[in-house]
Write a protein that binds this ligand. Structure first.
Ligand code: HSE
Length: 287
């Protein structure tokens, strides 16, 4: 059995802790054989546990505590702590592993709820499960979500070489917004979502850049954000936003603009990676 989970880009600007999109970059988990103890082959290095402390295994055991130990192999193109949902992909993989090995028959909404409770917010886990664009809310125990088609475009990701922990990136956020600030911030998010649903990437791209929940507070932690936005404006990108908690920055662009944008991003920092992603329409898959 082989499980494939996509990377995700959360927030999409103003949709803080609520909007996310699945992209064509994947984590794979292969079950090799049953074993006397949990054994995880991976290529992340020593910082990632290769026993039952591994996040994929921990998640699986949380969902199905009686699962028998397995020898699994994990391969992934999703960079860690870069704002592309690597921990969410691991959580979703763990839930699917428990679902299949434990024959739990979990529905999509049950998986979204479990994953959100583990992760703490739905904006990465929901698109990793459902694929495409998902708008979700998490209040107390309740998770509501809607999946919708994300208009076709390229997602050009500028992925800095230095990691940025989500906890550090959340620590710089304010504890409160005034009523007026909250109304303004949510109205921007509402228009962006409506524009995406309508397929209007030009309007959505403009609203993506007017986020008032998080980007201005996180800006100082993110290398080259202003410069990347300038490149997007000058080269015909639809819009540019901080992916999840950063430090990855994404430019949404029509396909024919990528040839111009990619080399300019590469010139900014030769240690950073620049990748072109497409929308993943399927979410988690089992082969
Ligand atoms: N919505 C989350 C944040 C995504 O911006 O902190 C990071 O996992």
């Amino acid at each position: 059995m082989r499980i494939r989970v996509p990377a995700t880009s959360a927030n999409i600007g103003p949709g803080f802790d609520s909007c996310g999109v699945a992209v064509s970059c994947y984590l794979y988990v292969e079950v090799l054989n049953s074993s006397t103890r949990w054994q995880v082959d991976h290529s992340y290095g020593l910082s990632v546990p290769s026993d039952q402390d591994n996040l994929i295994v921990q998640t699986a055991l949380k969902i199905a505590p009686k699962l028998l130990p397995q020898h699994i192999k994990v391969t992934s193109d999703i960079p860690l702590t870069r704002g592309l949902g690597s921990s969410s992909s691991a959580i979703v993989a763990g839930i699917e592993l428990a679902n299949r090995l434990g024959q739990l028959n979990l529905s999509e909404s049950a998986k979204v709820k479990l994953a959100t409770q583990i992760e703490g917010h739905p904006d990465n886990v929901a698109p990793a499960i459902c694929g495409d664009f998902v708008v979700a809310s998490y209040q107390g125990e309740k998770v509501d979500y809607v999946k919708h088609y994300f208009p076709d475009c390229e997602l050009i990701a500028f992925i800095p070489s230095k990691e940025l922990a989500t906890s550090k990136s959340r620590d710089v956020l304010p504890h409160e917004l005034t009523y007026q600030q909250a109304v303004a911030a949510s109205s921007v998010a509402n228009v962006m979502v409506a524009a995406l649903v309508k397929g209007d990437l030009v309007t959505a791209g403009q609203l993506m850049e007017q986020d008032q929940f998080h980007e201005k507070f996180r800006g100082p932690l993110v290398p080259h954000l202003a410069k990347i936005r300038q490149i997007s404006h000058e080269q015909g990108g639809y819009g540019c936003y901080l992916s999840g908690a950063g430090p990855t920055v994404i430019i949404l662009a029509p396909e024919h603009k990528t040839d111009k944008i990619v080399p300019l991003l590469r010139e900014l920092d030769n240690k950073a990676a620049v990748e072109i992603f497409h929308i993943d329409r399927e979410g988690v898959q089992v082969f």
